[in-house]
Design a protein around this ligand. Structure first.
Ligand code: FES
Ligand code: FES
Length: 198
């Protein structure tokens, strides 16, 4: 059994110790914000923070994580208010979004370790691949995150993703009953449930 901490919670994985961390996070912990891109350590879509280091989770086994502290994109903030997330939205950086959680984690680790990186240090820390071509905006976004982190600028957190149950019911008639009917098990109908934390 492999034990370590994920997003401030102690976890014991009953999996083959050689399982890549990426698959333990995604398949066992349902932390699907960490993405699979290449599996060869090249793209960076799977980057997580391990003990303050940017690590490609497809290339490290859970055995190698024993006793360590892993942070994924889900724990960067609960309301998209981390300086890097705010800067990414303000600079309109993401496109399809697939590579972004790994990129954001790499940026967050960089700014935690070095609040004022040089251009060369930014280029050295962000070696991710992005097929949408967002690379030209990375330095500007890091500069903006630097200011937000230093308290020199405030940017409103991004609105929650998705649509409300009422909107979903309008678009898909079959959902109307689910959105409004009281559940037999005492669980509140979708329309009255508070939004899930992200
Ligand atoms: S999936 Fe890990 S580096 Fe691409
Ligand atoms: S935003 Fe689409 S791959 Fe990077």
């Amino acid at each position: 059994m492999t034990k370590f901490t994920v997003n401030d919670r102690p976890i014991q994985y009953r999996m083959d110790p050689e399982t890549p961390l990426l698959w333990a996070l995604r398949d066992a912990s349902n932390l699907t914000g960490t993405k699979y891109g290449c599996g060869t350590g090249d793209c960076g879509a799977c980057i997580v923070d391990i003990d303050g280091q940017s690590v490609r989770s497809c290339r490290i086994s859970i055995a190698a994580c024993e006793g360590r502290f892993v942070t994924t994109i889900e724990a960067l903030s609960t309301d998209r208010s981390h300086p890097v997330q705010q800067a990414w939205v303000a600079e309109n950086l993401p496109q399809c979004g697939y590579c972004q959680s790994g990129l954001i984690m790499a940026a967050a680790v960089l700014l935690k370790r070095n609040p004022h990186p040089t251009d060369e240090q930014i280029d050295g820390a962000l070696t991710n691949l992005c097929r949408c071509g967002t690379q030209p905006r990375w330095r500007a976004a890091i500069r903006r995150a630097e200011k937000i982190q230093a308290g020199e600028e405030k940017v409103a957190a991004a609105p929650p993703p998705g649509i409300t149950p009422e909107d979903a019911a309008r678009a898909v008639p079959a959902l109307r009953a689910v959105a409004t009917k009281p559940a037999a098990d005492g669980v509140a109908p979708l329309a009255t449930r508070p939004p899930a934390e992200q």
